[in-house]
Design a protein around this ligand. Structure first.
Ligand SMILES: [Zn+2]
Length: 337
């Protein structure tokens, strides 16, 4: 079975953005140490707004240089470097040696279609020039890919062919940052035209959903317990603070069954143990994590998962697309409009 390990490569967006070294560079090196031991490849969905904003403001030159160097190493090592869009970078400022975020306009849908178009193209272009290859896959920041039709043309014209945000069955009521995937098909992948929840035969995009699983409240009790215990193996490498709502959501989830993505972060990486059963041997299995949220425990769980399934193929999203869909992505660059 094909297994796609995917990481959203980014800083934090709450009161403290954290440092490039601790949120991106160091945990990514640690992830690579584990992957290299097993010859596994992963995909990094890079928060390209960071690169664009650094350049636009002439700020954080050192961080941008180091991130660019790491992204080039990832590509050279056969890992995927794809597009992750958090458009609220448009409103971020760099003050004293730190980023100050303003998440008021959090979703691409919060911008006019002209602005969304410009954002998609500039983020995609900046990633292309950083690694010398156009991204072919897209993941929305904070799962906010709706309404997709608002920016579908821009993504397609910038060379994107794969959408990998949907977590079938999941929903968040979070104000201004919600998403609703309850109407999603449940299949390893499908084609669509402008709404990822509506399959269209021969559609221009491929939806490659993040594998979802049902968990009982005990899953969240274990997460809460590990937070309370404050063991060093559960301490995340990232040194910033998340946007919010985490605590309320956690309390709600502790009382009912919920649908969660197969995860690679912290205690949530325990989902890897049953993930293959959820995918029922039908690949690809798509798991999601973040370098900033890695902990010694999550890395150990990843290591154990890789060691337990040497027969699986741990490939980058781009490789999966080329082999399973049968389209060479090297041709895409010439077709960018
Ligand atoms: Zn993100």
């Amino acid at each position: 079975m094909d297994v796609l390990l995917t990481y959203d490569y980014e800083l934090f967006f709450g009161e403290d953005a954290g440092s490039v070294e601790r949120c991106m560079l160091e945990p990514t090196r640690r992830i690579l140490d584990v992957l290299d031991r097993h010859g596994a490849k992963a995909t990094f969905y890079v928060d390209a707004g960071y690169l664009v904003r650094c350049q636009g403001l002439g700020a954080d030159e050192r961080g941008r240089t180091e991130v660019t160097a790491q992204l080039r190493r990832l590509r050279a090592g056969g890992h995927g470097v794809e597009l992750h869009v958090h458009p609220h970078w448009e409103d971020a400022v760099f003050e004293g040696a730190r980023w100050v975020m303003n998440p008021a306009r959090y979703r691409l849908a919060d911008f006019s279609s002209e602005a969304a178009d410009r954002i998609v193209h500039s983020y995609s272009d900046s990633l292309s020039s950083a690694v010398g290859q156009r991204p072919v896959a897209y993941r929305a920041g904070g799962w906010c890919c709706q309404p997709f039709a608002h920016f579908a043309d821009a993504l397609f014209r910038s060379g994107i062919r794969v959408e990998s945000t949907v977590v079938p069955g999941a929903r968040s009521m979070s104000r201004g940052r919600g998403y609703d995937f309850t109407g999603s098909p449940v299949a390893p992948w499908w084609r669509f035209e402008s709404d990822p929840l509506e399959p269209v035969r021969g559609g221009r995009f491929v939806e490659l959903p993040i594998t979802a699983m049902k968990v009982s409240p005990s899953f969240y009790w274990r997460i809460a317990a590990s937070r309370l215990a404050r063991r060093s193996e559960d301490r995340a490498f990232g040194d910033g603070r998340s946007l919010t709502g985490d605590r309320d959501r956690l309390l709600r989830a502790m009382t009912r069954t919920s649908i969660v993505p197969v995860g690679l972060d912290g205690t949530k990486a325990m989902t890897l143990r049953t993930a293959r059963r959820v995918a029922r041997g039908r690949g690809p299995l798509v798991a999601i994590g973040h370098p900033k949220a890695q902990t010694p425990r999550s890395l150990a769980l990843l290591d154990a998962f890789l060691a337990a399934h040497p027969q699986d193929r741990f490939v980058a999203t781009r490789t999966w697309y080329e082999e399973s869909i049968g389209e060479a992505t090297s041709d895409l660059a010439s077709r960018v409009e």
